[in-house]
Design a protein around this ligand. Structure first.
Ligand code: SF4
Length: 493
């Protein structure tokens, strides 16, 4: 039996929370506040998937996740298995790409006879920049379902490209799987699950589950469309089997990791009806473009176990929405659905971006003012990022907002890589910090916990947060010469 080692390289040291599953697998690195406790590491869904594919194809599988074990690069190399596997599959991400490549080289030096395969969506648009200096053997040039799954089954090696073939003029198509058929389940049981759970408590562990790949909305800044392509769904039977499997592991809550789970509503509707008819004891969170969800569907999903919902609002500016390929008229159905979520008791996370090409202090202030009216329990603010391959990257390069020589680790998703038509990069950063602090305080103000002791601790933390983030908010106010940015700095109104 052939043996494969699937490796998640260690996290670069620093004050961030690095989530490789985000941004279509490119990863994001959210800044951690000084003295903030670090959340449990994100359970790596894509590692579990590849492990499942290999297991199903009859391989002997080992998964090595130094992130879960809190190992640095030296510790990770020391903890590698003693004997060489036939294949080592090393996962690459964008923010950590330089460190990942160095780590993969070290793995190859340790196991020179093993075939070292690099995989991850970051390969698509960057491989020509670094293929000549990597010592790995090959790259997975496409979705794992299109390349690694047939390779592991021994049926096809198309899309598995030797690095020696890739030069500056090399060109070939990224392999996307046409339909999701006969795709094995992830093998979560091969990962140290308690390491990803808060306090090691499996009942609090949230695992990702994908019912689909891709999104056809094609927003100009979004890496999902360019990396995953058009929308494809798994079968209902497979999704239910995966949910039963997760429940058997002791998991109580899953997060659907689809970019837009309701793009075709037939599957989520059928799934909800099946979960109502035969409850599994699982609750779930879904991420979706809320403007397309009929209210009756939201009620159905809630009856089936929907307790958390994540949706992108992006900006209050109609011109910006039109520019990124969204429709300003979506605002009314989104607001109506957010009100319904509040009435049903669904915890909503609304997402916003600052740093759009036409963003100014005034437009960002309006976005934050709009966000406050949504009263969602959680807010996520990120910074417009010129991800490789996106239409926005071409616009940002043409406008001189960014240059092509930015280091990979600048792509955190939460730091300004350039300015806008009216703001410098420093001002975008200041606006981001002010917006994030303002909305965090706003949500804490409106959603205090129940019970005297938790409330005392909550308000002490609120006061500390208000004091420590005041400089960012005051700085934003000063820069904006007061008027347009007032909405940014009135923290709890
Ligand atoms: S709707 Fe969401 S996932 Fe789809 S392209 Fe737009 S930002 Fe990306």
């Amino acid at each position: 039996m052939s043996r494969i080692l699937i490796v998640n390289p260690p996290t670069p040291p620093g004050p961030w929370y690095f989530q490789k599953d985000r941004a279509a697998g490119l990863g994001t690195a959210a800044p951690l506040r000084p003295k903030a406790s670090r959340p449990a590491p994100l359970a790596p869904h894509d590692l579990a998937q590849i492990a499942g594919y290999a297991l199903d194809a009859g391989w002997q599988v080992e998964v090595f996740d130094p992130v879960a074990l809190h190992l640095d690069a030296a510790g990770s190399l020391a903890a590698l298995p003693a004997t060489a596997p036939d294949v080592v599959a090393v996962r690459l991400a964008l923010f950590s790409l330089e460190q990942d490549l160095v780590f993969a080289d070290a793995v190859k030096a340790r196991f020179p006879a093993s075939q070292v395969i690099l995989w991850g969506n970051v390969i698509h648009f960057t491989v020509k920049d670094w293929a000549g200096r990597s010592r790995a053997d090959s790259v997975c040039f496409g979705e794992p379902e299109a390349v690694l799954l047939p390779f592991l089954r021994g049926t096809d090696t198309k899309g598995l490209i030797p690095l020696t073939e890739i030069g500056p003029t090399w060109r070939t198509g990224w392999q996307n799987v046409k339909e999701l058929v006969d795709v094995p389940l992830p093998a979560w049981h091969l990962l140290p699950l308690a390491r990803y759970a808060p306090d090691g408590d499996l009942s609090q562990l949230v695992l990702h589950l994908q019912t689909s790949l891709g999104c056809s909305v094609a927003c100009s800044m979004c890496p999902y469309f360019v990396l995953q392509g058009r929308y494809r769904q798994h079968t209902l039977a497979r999704v239910l089997a995966e949910m039963r499997y997760l429940r058997s592991l002791g998991v109580m809550h899953v997060q659907f990791r689809d970019a837009n789970i309701t793009e075709r509503p037939e599957l989520p509707r059928a799934l909800a009806e099946a979960l109502i008819a035969e409850p599994l004891g699982l609750t779930f969170t879904m991420e979706t473009a809320l403007e397309n969800v009929p209210p009756d569907d939201l009620r159905l999903y809630h009856r089936a176990g929907l307790r958390g919902l994540i949706t992108g609002i992006e900006s209050a500016d109609p011109a910006t929405l039109a520019l990124i390929n969204q429709n300003p008229e979506w605002s009314a159905p989104i607001s109506a659905n957010l009100a319904l979520c509040a009435a049903l008791g669904i915890d909503v996370t609304t997402m916003y971006i600052v740093g759009f090409p036409h963003d100014s202090w005034a437009s960002i202030g309006e976005t934050i003012a709009l966000a406050k009216t949504h009263r969602s329990r959680f807010y996520s603010v990120s910074v417009m990022t010129p991800y490789h391959g996106t239409p926005y990257r071409s616009q940002a390069l043409a406008n001189g907002f960014v240059t092509t020589d930015a280091p990979y680790r600048a792509y955190t998703g939460f730091s300004a890589m350039g300015g806008t038509h009216s703001l410098t990069a420093d001002e975008v950063d200041a606006a981001y910090r002010a917006a994030r602090a303002t909305l965090e305080l706003h949500s804490r103000w409106h959603f205090p916990p129940a019970g005297l002791v938790p409330q005392v601790s909550h308000w002490l933390r609120f006061a500390w947060l208000a004091a420590t983030t005041a400089p960012a908010r005051l700085s934003a106010r000063w820069r904006a010469r007061l008027a347009p940015v007032n909405a940014l700095v009135s923290h709890a109104g």
